[in-house]
Design a protein around this ligand. Sequence first.
Ligand SMILES: [Zn+2]
Length: 274
Amino acid sequence: MLHFAIAGCPLSTPKSGGTVEGLKRAHELGIEAMEIEWVQNVPSDPKRMEEIRRTAEDLKMSLTVHAPYYVNLNTPDPAKLAASKGRVLTSLAMSEIAGVRSVCVHAAFYLGLPPTQAYDNIRRSVADIVKQKNKLFPSVNLALETMGKPSQFGTLEEVLQISKEFDLYPCIDPAHLHARTNGAVNSAMEWNAMFDRYVEFLGKESLKRVHMHFSGIAYGPKGEKKHLPLQESDAKWEEFLGVLKKRKIEGVVVCESPLLEVDTLLLKNAYSSL
Ligand SMILES: [Zn+2]
């Protein structure tokens, strides 16, 4: 199965609802999955996590999480590095309780280092995180995301390589790749090449459990500016859905459009009618 996830609570969730009410509202709208947005901070109450888990199980909704933006696994500052690893680990810990299957993370900025040197730093950080993860939160995946700016760690090959090394799977965001390349990666041919690379690194079976993002996006020579509604962007989203269908991709595609439920349902309905 391929699910289209909403990125956070629907805009039409009753006020002060929180994630549990958001899940109920999304389900009412016919949405089958949610990426919980812990991008500013990670909650710390295990009881709330259990409530999220029960609600999602009752409604048969599949969950992923977006970890905080304030992470840089390539920072030379020991205090900042420890805090970054801590945020990722807390996200994984809470996700495990909430029944979340994968947590996506913006791993790092290059900070002027050659990409290979940044890669080595990030690999050391990921090794520390994964050592704890495998012991304490074995069922949740750590998904390093492909990023939208050339100053950020997260080319397709970087996230595939590091995922392969640690037996993880990445979060592929084709909109970010489109922005990062200032307009490429927006055709069936390029998305097919992207999935071919994915299979080269992680094997054919890996396409049965993807964690992906998709949205419209504004960009320039420095890459991503901001996410856009699908129909206000240059994204060839119908063609993208065709590739997903033809290759029988399974897992979750999180719709990161600012229109939330409107565009999530647009993708879901267009995909079902193919
Ligand atoms: Zn992201």
